[in-house]
Write a protein that binds this ligand. Structure first.
Ligand code: TTP
Ligand code: MG
Length: 398
């Protein structure tokens, strides 16, 4: 059986690069996107110029001011970033149908067997980077590997604007991974990392010395995963929308948010994204799931199951808002919405006015078509106009 060719694409300093693209006076300068200086919030991301001063994601914003007093501090424009994310995913879809988006600025693309179309994997990676740059004026880094785990390490290996092809042979892979820090392993959180550190396990090479039995006794199921990942063995498939059992999107607020209006606004953006992906995958779901994380990081979800499966953003949003009204929390850290229950089609309609639903479905499909031709910002929906954030971008496009 031939090896797979998996690419992991990760945009460089994503939010900051968009700001530098849209505001030319920021280019070549330290740009820090995040909470307003003077507040207790954190840095979302920093341009590579700002990183030279030691500024990085999740750092308290006031520490960033101390380290980089001449930095340009910018408040995030989430709706612009989410739309940019869609544009990039749309470009990736022109290279392969097997795409798995894993965050706002990164995705796996399965390029196995595409050599006739796009040449060698390195050539394909260059084509992808060039297309993103030509259409969106943004740079990305790409990892090329036989699996998802190695591809993700690869994209981070030579950032920004780099391409890294990891080894493909077992012994070379183990050697390549050995000197890397354990925290590079995707899924090793701070807790496991500090346990491992306490045991003197600092590198992936150290981890490779431990037996399966030992790792399992220390970490349970995660120990088994660690045993394989530290050797670069990862059998996970690309989970496209077509194979997924659910489609969801979450957002972590920079600081705990107690503003219900902000929660709803974020749900609106997230619902549109979930809806678009469901329409793209030609699926409808009966269950809408609202997820939130309390300020102590504990995670909760509420769900509603309809009689009729849907994929319309307006309905996903309305049901998510109804679920949100049942949440009595004062302040939350994360909010998300998901659609699931794809395969059970029920004949009866929940909606009194079936035509109304069909109209929305039709209108949202039309929006998909228009945006895929002219770009995301050509159309703004009610809620975005009300919030007023989009107007500048829309005018620019007109
Ligand atoms: P990343 O891909 O982790 O970071 P990045 O794209 O800014 O920089 P690079 O990949 O070149 O290292 O995250 C993507 C975006 O997600 C980032 O631009 C801002 C946002 N983000 C946060 O808001 N908070 C965080 O703690 C992190 C890590 C990212
Ligand atoms: Mg990135």
């Amino acid at each position: 059986m031939g090896k797979k060719v998996i690419l992991h694409i990760d945009m460089d300093a994503f939010f900051a690069s968009i700001e530098q693209r849209d505001f030319p006076s920021y280019r070549g300068k330290p740009v820090i996107v995040g909470a307003k200086p003077g507040n207790r919030g954190v840095v979302s991301t920093a341009s590579y110029e700002a990183r030279k001063f030691g500024v990085h994601s999740a750092m308290p914003i006031n520490e960033a001011v101390r380290r980089c007093p001449k930095g340009i501090f910018v408040t995030p424009r989430m709706d612009v970033y989410v739309h940019e994310s869609h544009e990039i995913m749309r470009i990736l879809q022109t290279f392969s149908p097997a795409i798995e988006q894993i965050s706002v600025d990164e995705a796996f693309v399965d390029m196995t067997g595409s050599e006739k179309l796009f040449g060698t994997p390195v050539n394909a990676a260059n084509l992808i980077k060039n297309k993103i740059f030509a259409e969106r004026q943004l740079t990305a880094s790409v990892g090329i590997a036989p699996n998802k785990f190695l591809a993700k390490i690869g994209s981070d290996y030579n950032k920004p604007n780099g391409i890294t092809c990891t080894p493909f042979k077992k012994t070379d892979i183990e050697k390549w991974l050995a000197p890397m820090e354990v925290r590079r392993i995707w899924g090793v959180g701070q807790k496991s990392n500090s346990i491992l550190e306490g045991m003197g396990i600092l590198t992936i090479g150290n981890l490779q010395q431990l037996t399966l039995e030992f790792l399992q006794s220390k970490f349970g199921a995660q120990g088994v995963t660690l045993f394989y990942l530290c050797r670069g063995i990862d059998e996970r498939e690309i989970e496209t929308v077509y194979h997924a059992k659910s489609i969801s999107r979450e957002h972590t607020f920079n600081v705990d948010s107690s503003d219900r209006n902000e929660w709803e606004k974020m749900l609106f953006i997230l619902s549109q994204d979930v809806s678009r992906r469901a329409r793209h995958g030609n699926v409808k779901g009966k269950t809408i799931v609202l997820t939130y994380r309390k300020t102590d990081f504990s995670r909760y979800s509420r769900r509603i199951t309809l009689q009729q499966p849907i994929n319309i953003a307006k309905l996903i949003y309305e049901h998510a808002c109804a679920l949100l009204r049942q949440v009595k929390e004062q302040s939350i850290r994360l909010i998300g919405v998901g659609l699931t229950g794809f395969d059970e089609i029920v004949q009866t309609s929940l909606f009194e006015n079936e035509t109304d639903t069909k109209d929305w479905e039709f209108s949202e499909q039309a929006i998909d078509k228009i945006t895929s031709r002219f770009g995301e910002n050509i159309i703004v929906k009610g809620r975005e106009i009300v919030t007023g954030k989009k107007n500048k971008v829309v005018n620019k496009r007109k």
